[in-house]
Ligand binder design. Sequence first.
Ligand SMILES: Cc1cc2nc3c(=O)[nH]c(=O)nc-3n(C[C@H](O)[C@H](O)[C@H](O)COP(=O)(O)OP(=O)(O)OC[C@H]3O[C@@H](n4cnc5c(N)ncnc54)[C@H](O)[C@@H]3O)c2cc1C
Length: 288
Amino acid sequence: MKPPVFKYCAARSVDEAVHVLTEHGDDVTILAGGQSLVPMLNMRMARPEVVLDINHVGEIAGVHANGRLSIGALTRQRVVEHSDVVAHHAPLLRDGVRHIGHPAIRARGTIGGSAAHADPASEIPAVLVALDASIILTGPNGDREVRAADFFVSVFTTAREPDEVLTRIDVPPASPTSRSAFLEVSRRHGDYALVGVGAQIDEDGDGRITSARIAITNVADVPFRARQAEDFLIGQQLGDPAVRLAAADAAAAALSPSGDQHASTEYRIDVSRTLVRRVLERIHGGAQ
Ligand SMILES: Cc1cc2nc3c(=O)[nH]c(=O)nc-3n(C[C@H](O)[C@H](O)[C@H](O)COP(=O)(O)OP(=O)(O)OC[C@H]3O[C@@H](n4cnc5c(N)ncnc54)[C@H](O)[C@@H]3O)c2cc1C
């Protein structure tokens, strides 16, 4: 299918992008990697008057670590996946990004585009919520920081105002001893997952869990943080299979996902339980 007619603009700086957004308001849609927007245009699910291309705004691409990990919104998912800095400071983000589509999708798709698109089936939003990341939005009045948990409002809906560009994502650094894993179930390799689970665990010298972060995709309108399972795990030892099982049960008990043509409510809950248990097993076993 062909997209509807639209006016094309290319910004070369954040200021220029904000200027176009301020001028056109709701009638403009930002184009980053195009991996979600272009199919939506072609299927005429999006009909913007203006498409604002931000691919030449170099100032918002790249990975930096200075106390916290800062990732420019235009950083390609493939760069995030292969960045040593990301692997060191946010291994769970690297683990999640690896599961997105295929290499060609990740070569174009951006971290900011995935966050702004806010698909609850996506890996990046879930990881950002689990890691308490901050989303930086730049508008006519400057920068504003929104916690990931507040940024994702509903399916395909975020706290971004129409005159704001998502410019950066800041992630608090993981401790050097953190261990993480991300697993998912999809119908075919590269498909969006029916359910995905990511977790990051810290332990003290005696092997007792001091911090647990668990996020589940595609079981609610926004990425789901399995707080009950996290709370249960504090002070426990991951080496105990009964602990892993009880954490998985606690995560599953908190879920009430909708069923659809791809998976029933019961199936999504069952798969979530199994994936939480397997993710914890994998972290305990040290496999990546
Ligand atoms: C075959 C296929 C398989 C895929 N599989 C997966 C998968 O398994 N998991 C997954 O998570 N994703 C998957 N994707 C989607 C992919 O991850 C996209 O890259 C991502 O959803 C959007 O990123 P993008 O940079 O391409 O954004 P675009 O498609 O350019 O934009 C998406 C939306 O975000 C807005 N936007 C983009 N950047 C900004 C910004 N900086 N500020 C404000 N708004 C912005 C756009 O206006 C648009 O509304 C798949 C895509 C395809 C085509």
